[in-house]
Design a binder for this molecule. Structure first.
Ligand SMILES: *[C@@H]1O[C@H](CO)[C@@H](O)[C@H](O)[C@H]1NC(C)=O
Ligand SMILES: *[C@@H]1O[C@H](CO)[C@@H](O)[C@H](O)[C@H]1NC(C)=O
Length: 488
């Protein structure tokens, strides 16, 4: 027990970190193990687009107490990555990034925001492509480049969303990818991948892919080609199937890609509540030769009704039945198998050379002469963003969740906390299920389970202990809570 306590004390002082991932051919690779990494992600944008407020400086990764609550729940759910859409490069993200890092989760960041001047517009990309906008995208790179768990940057999200925008946007979107990649190359120590997140509009999807993932002649070709290609896909609704959802078409259309492909959003919500039966297919061999997993849309319940968790103004939250269904689907997966694969030898295809012959839809842009940098932008790429917002991991000592979190049945989850994982560990279902079991001889328990603090009800939940459910009587509060749910 003494040894264990010492380890716990040590664990509190070391900044354990996930291994920065690399892209090799069509795979994300963990360089330490040589294994493929498959994204088991959730879109994270509490408050919707209003969660990013330029005036107050607020963004989804600026409030450590909120991040602690959500990292704990996402850890219990079993995810290993979050996608965050609208971040403010000038606020401090150190605590939130450190919390998600310790929880074994990677972060994918969009470098844009929906605010004017913060993104390339669909309708007049030429008017929104200017130096101050690019400076904003580079500032996001600066703000997140030093966190080991930064997985990727999205240079754009659904900027092409129909045939009209397919006619006008592609060269501008490819140019932004080029610019962000040039910035990363010049100012970031490791090659954090940059790529586009496409709308799964089938009439333009494959041309979008062909346009962004072909290779131009010369150096600019490599620099403007996406390092990853992702798509937001809602074609699997309810208990659909590989064929009915058109996943078969995605696999055949994107087969042989030279970069990682994944769903940057999925989770059709008609009908609702969702059953997430696509999860089993996405991580099956039917898909995994082409896809590296995906991101469920989305963590919080917003007016568009895609939430896993209903968040209240006061910071309390209630799990929705979608959370439980998704957790159930994840728990059916064999994570040792999914995250333990070595890349196939055929995973390093060469991209085709860009040519109008690759474009199949009438009217889709086939001009591969990209716009030149707007005035002033080269200077920013050369000299760096000034002042550059810098981030770094910081020490977190208290992993407890301060807010009340309830199950869908209204019972309260007690002892909810982030369980900091060991160095190089990546979260998976089961990493954080036993936060208050301390079985004799078990050495798997960590600071949370050993901490005497956990013997007391946490401040936020006191008074709710008599919820009268199994959750209140089982020692493993979180596990118990789900046991209740499983019985529903
Ligand atoms: C570039 O971004 C930084 C960081 O957000 C900001 O402080 C600076 O004012 C920006 N510069 C320009 C020219 O927009
Ligand atoms: C292709 O795009 C470039 C850069 O925007 C432009 O200068 C050129 O005129 C375009 N070519 C055609 C054939 O439209």
């Amino acid at each position: 027990m003494l040894v264990h306590t010492a380890l716990v004390a040590l664990g509190a002082t070391l900044a354990a970190a996930v291994q920065p991932l690399e892209v090799d051919g069509q795979n994300f690779i963990n360089p330490k193990t040589g294994n493929r990494f498959q994204i088991v992600g959730v879109a994270y944008q509490p408050g919707g687009s209003a969660g990013y407020d330029k005036e107050t400086g607020r963004d989804p990764l600026s409030d450590p107490d909120i991040c602690m609550r959500d990292a704990a729940l996402l850890q219990v759910l079993g995810v290993n990555a979050i996608r965050v859409y609208n971040v403010n490069p000038d606020v401090n993200h150190d605590k939130c990034a450190s919390i998600f890092n310790a929880a074994g989760m990677y972060m994918m960041l969009d470098v844009n925001s929906p605010l004017v001047g913060d993104s390339l517009t669909s309708w007049n990309p030429w008017e929104s492509y200017y130096a101050a906008y690019l400076n904003r995208t580079f500032a996001v790179v600066e703000a997140f480049k030093d966190y080991p768990n930064t997985l990727a940057f999205f240079s754009g999200n659904e900027v092409l969303n129909n045939e009209d925008t397919g006619a006008t946007v592609p060269p501008y979107m490819r140019a932004v990818t080029r610019d962000v990649k040039n910035y990363v190359k010049k100012h970031v120590e490791r090659p954090i991948p940059v790529g586009y997140s496409a709308a799964d509009v089938r009439s333009i999807l494959f041309d979008t892919y062909n346009y962004f993932q072909c290779s131009l002649e010369g150096d600019e070709g490599d620099m403007s080609m996406g390092d990853i290609f992702a798509l937001n896909s809602y074609s699997w609704c309810s208990t659909s199937s590989f064929e009915k959802a058109g996943y078969d078409e995605l696999v055949s259309g994107l087969k042989g890609a030279n970069v990682p492909i994944f769903f940057s959003e999925y989770g059709c919500n008609t009908p609702s509540p969702r059953v997430f039966t696509e999860v089993g297919t996405i991580y099956s061999t039917k898909m995994s030769g082409v896809f590296s997993g995906g991101v469920v849309y989305e963590y919080t319940q917003e007016p568009n009704n895609y939430g896993l968790v209903d968040m209240k103004e006061d910071g309390s939250a209630k799990l929705m039945s979608d959370f439980v269904s998704l957790k159930e689907q994840y728990s059916k997966l064999d994570f040792a198998e999914i995250q333990g694969q070595k890349p196939a030898s055929t995973s390093n295809a060469k991209p085709p050379v860009c040519s109008s012959k690759l474009i199949t839809t009438d009217g889709f842009n086939s001009n591969f002469t990209l716009p030149v940098l707007p005035p002033g932008a080269q200077e920013i790429i050369d000299n760096g963003v000034k002042p550059a917002p810098k981030g770094q991991l910081v020490k977190i000592t208290d992993w407890k969740v301060k807010y009340t979190v309830k199950n869908p049945d209204g019972s309260t989850i007690t002892n909810l906390a982030v369980k900091p994982l060991a160095d190089d560990d990546i979260n998976s279902p089961g990493s954080n299920t036993d936060s208050s079991t301390t079985t004799e001889g078990t050495q798997t328990s960590d600071a949370i389970t050993d901490s005497t603090d956990t013997e007391e009800p946490s401040p936020s939940t006191s008074g709710n202990a008599a919820a009268g459910t199994a959750a209140a009587v089982l020692p493993a509060a979180v596990l118990g809570a789900f046991a209740v749910l499983a019985a529903l």
